[in-house]
Design a protein around this ligand. Sequence first.
Ligand code: ZN
Length: 655
Amino acid sequence: MAARLAKKVLLIGWDAADWQMIRPLLDKGWMPALQRMISEGVSGNLATIQPALSPMLWNSIATGKRADKHGIHGFVEPNPDRSGIRPVTSTSRKCKAIWNILSQNGMKSNVLSWFASHPAEPINGAIVTDRFVASISEKCGDIPPGTFHPQRLRQPLSELLLRPTQLDAQALLPFVPRAAQIDQQKDDRLIKLAGLIARASSVQAAACRLITDEPWDFSAVYFSAIDEFGHFFMPYHPPKLDGVSERDASIYGEVMTGCYRFHDMMLDALLAYAGPETTVILVSDHGFLNDERRPGPSAWEHPERWHRSFGIACARGPGIRRGEPLYGATLLDVTPTILAMFGLPIGADMDGRPWLEIYEKPPRAARIASWEDERGEAGMHPPDMREDPEDSAEAIRRLVELGYIDAPDADTEETLRKVARDRTTNLAIALSNSRRAAAAVALWEKLADENPEREGYLIQLAMTLIRLGRNSDGRNVLERMSEDARRSPYVQVMLATIALAEDDPGSALSLAREALRQAPSEPSIINRAADIFIRLDRWPDAEDAFRKSLEILGDNSAAHDGLAQVYLARDEPQQAVEHSLQAVGLTHFFPAAHFHLAEGLHRCNKDWEALAAYDTCQKMGYNPEQVRRRKTEIYGARGHTARGTVPPQSETDIP
Ligand SMILES: [Zn+2]
């Protein structure tokens, strides 16, 4: 077994925290606790995964696995008796969370308010589920059974719950200095704000209590407030958005700043209680738009459109480098990283990698095939309690058909149908963005068949087929679409890709240009059109397009990788390498970008570094023939003495 690097680990979750919001506050000195974490440890972007829905993401954080493996497919699931729907539960999680693995290894965990942690699992340690603070906003306000493990925590922790009505008006003034001007008969936003503050304060109080009174090796605390504040108040954050009134902007314009400062104060207390010997990891699951790219005056319309693809990550603790950047992190890495900190092996079935490079002396991580097969008491629910919510709902539906029980009324039936559709969509998106994209095809086909009025499903199906190289199948799907839908720029770039594959460069070029004409400021379209230009050897066009895309969206790994290819073609490998490093620093799982990085490094005479980059893209499954050839060339040309400096021993990525 590898050495244990951390005595204790505290994982703090700030839903939707975003560096773009945080950086100006750090500059003003308004987030001193976070500033300390940054200077005493490593920090960087944390790439989210699709779909960027919080319950799915926080379960990926806690398991190191994508949604198809962990089984949490949205915010809600059908009740097993089909009487309606309920928030997602721990009984539908299909795999072990980090606290189960730690339980199994004799370590104690405290888990507070985590998404889909209800009912509490009987782990070695304590769990207070997400229904604890949810009860604050529910009308009856009772904390449901199953909220606490062990049960003895119910009494002391219930006493810590703060109700919005217990908040003094003074507590709201730091967020809304002009609260006195609000007519509360007509405007309920102050009440909403009080509810959010009460919930976050209750989580904080319970966290401090668990940290100080319950013994632990690992503590996980989740705060939903930055996301919820954002959906209520980010539209009023300066600069003023079109559609937001002057009055709202002036009264509510400081709420988001207040929210971040409030979280910094809570962080300060948590760090103090945890003590300097504790390793602390702070992450968010995605960012939150806060500038002129905000989609409109309401953050409740299409809430997921407000989520940015990069959240935050920081880690500080004994042995961790100080004041250093963290590159290429994704939320799938959190569980592998914590396992490595405890000296435990990483499951090869986990989708992320451990951040070993954050240590002054990077350790080696051990690996096992899967933690799911390891025996030992993991503190999970007994098998008869764990169930696939769709399977149980399906079993009930059959009983209804047979006449054993009454059918749900038409409204409930419609709700259940919509929930099932959304959950399948979420699963299909999760698969389409993974190495298991082939498994998404059948799901998109089913969704497209069952919902012929929604042509978006056909677009998704075609995109997945084309990504898998099934071009003619993709074309057939696009031909099933209406004339109108086929004019969309997304369809144009797909047709361009197919035209290229079918050796029709003329059509590919005009289709790519048409897509650009239709969506001149949509980075995903620009990047894909520019890719077509590259493949047509139209380098100046490609360069223009990638630069434009980068101007519109700064954190843009595809544009950086595109520019790297442009510089390689121009034989300016130094600049190519710089862009490649930006690309893989933003998105670690980007096989082609690692390949282009390797090409650039090789041409800069850095053979060892180039070999490491070739290894990385090879493990990610990038064109095995081509990579093997390149590696042989390097070894062949130099015998076994490659040029350049020997890189430090780095971790191996999980293939
Ligand atoms: Zn979230």
